[in-house]
Design a protein around this ligand. Structure first.
Ligand code: SAH
Ligand code: DHB
Ligand code: MG
Length: 223
C-alpha cells in the first residue's frame, strides 16, 4: 500500500466512525484508564466494537464468551448488547489486565453481567467444559494468536447449532499472505484461518477490517 492509499483508508475509516458512532464518554474513559495503566492499545476499533455489538443483537445472543479481555473495551461493546438476564464470561491471562477491566466494567455499570476470569484461556475453557458450562450463543476469540485453534476447538465443545464464533486479527496487515512466516503470531492466525475455513461444523467468512492497519475478523455460524 502506498502512503496515499493508507491515508485514504484512514480518512474513510474516520468518516464511517464519525457518521455511525456517537460520542461515548464511558468507552473514552475505558481507553484512557487502560492507557494510564500501561496496557497496550490493541483493543478493537470503535467500528469493530459496534460491529460485534450488532452481530450479537442480530444473533439474539444471551450467553456470551470472550477470550482475551485486556481492559474490557470489546467486553463493554459486547456486554451492552446483552438482553435482560444475559451474561458474559471473559477470560484473561493477566491479573493486571483483569483488574483494569473490572474497574472499567464497574464504571460502565456492567459489573453485574460480566464475569472476568483470570487464567490461561485453555485451562479456563477446560474447566468450564468439565463444569458443564454453556452452550454459548456467541464467542469472541481475541487472546494470544498461537492459542486460537485450540480455543476454537474448546469453544465448539460449548456451542450449539446457531452459535456465532468470531475471531479477531485474521489479516495482520497482510502478514497472513507470507508463505513461511517467522512470527508465531502469524503462524497461529494462518492455522486458525485454515481450521475455520475447512471445519465441518462451521459456515464461515473472513472479512478485512481497518484498525491502524488492515486486519480482519472471521465470522462463523455453527451448523
Ligand atoms: N478483546 C480486547 C483485546 C484483547 S488483547 C479488546 O478488543 O478490547 C489480548 C488479551 O489476551 C491480552 O489482554 C492478553 O493478556 C490476553 N492473553 C494472552 N494470552 C492469553 C492466554 N493464554 N489466556 C487468556 N488470555 C490471554
Ligand atoms: C495484538 C493483539 C490483538 O488482539 C490485536 O487486536 C492487535 C494486536 C498483538 O498482540 O499484537
Ligand atoms: Mg484483537
Amino acid at each position: 500500500m502506498t502512503p496515499s492509499d493508507e491515508k485514504l483508508i484512514q480518512r474513510i475509516d474516520s468518516y464511517l466512525e464519525d457518521m455511525f458512532i456517537g460520542a461515548d464518554p464511558v468507552l473514552d474513559a475505558n481507553l484512557a484508564n487502560s492507557r494510564a495503566a500501561g496496557l497496550p492499545p490493541i483493543n478493537v476499533a470503535a467500528n469493530q466494537g459496534k460491529f460485534l455489538h450488532l452481530l450479537m443483537r442480530i444473533a439474539g445472543a444471551k450467553h456470551v464468551l470472550e477470550i482475551g479481555t485486556l481492559g474490557g473495551y470489546s467486553t463493554t461493546w459486547l456486554a451492552r448488547a446483552l438482553p435482560p438476564g444475559g451474561r458474559l464470561i471473559s477470560l484473561e491471562f493477566s491479573p493486571e489486565h483483569a483488574a483494569v477491566a473490572r474497574q472499567n466494567l464497574k464504571a460502565a455499570g456492567l459489573e453485574g453481567v460480566v464475569d472476568v476470569r483470570v487464567g490461561a484461556a485453555a485451562d479456563s475453557l477446560q474447566a468450564m467444559i468439565g463444569a458443564g458450562e454453556g452452550p454459548f450463543d456467541f464467542v469472541f476469540i481475541d487472546a494470544d494468536k498461537p492459542g486460537y485453534v485450540r480455543y476454537l476447538e474448546l469453544a465448539l465443545q460449548m456451542s450449539r447449532p446457531g452459535t456465532v464464533i468470531v475471531g479477531d486479527n485474521i489479516v495482520r496487515n497482510g502478514a497472513v499472505l507470507e508463505e513461511n512466516p517467522e512470527s508465531a503470531m502469524v503462524r497461529g492466525i494462518q492455522a486458525f484461518n485454515a481450521a475455520v475455513a475447512r471445519h465441518p461444523r462451521l459456515d464461515s467468512v473472513g472479512l478485512a477490517l481497518y484498525k491502524n492497519t488492515i486486519d480482519g475478523m472471521s465470522i462463523s455460524l455453527v451448523k
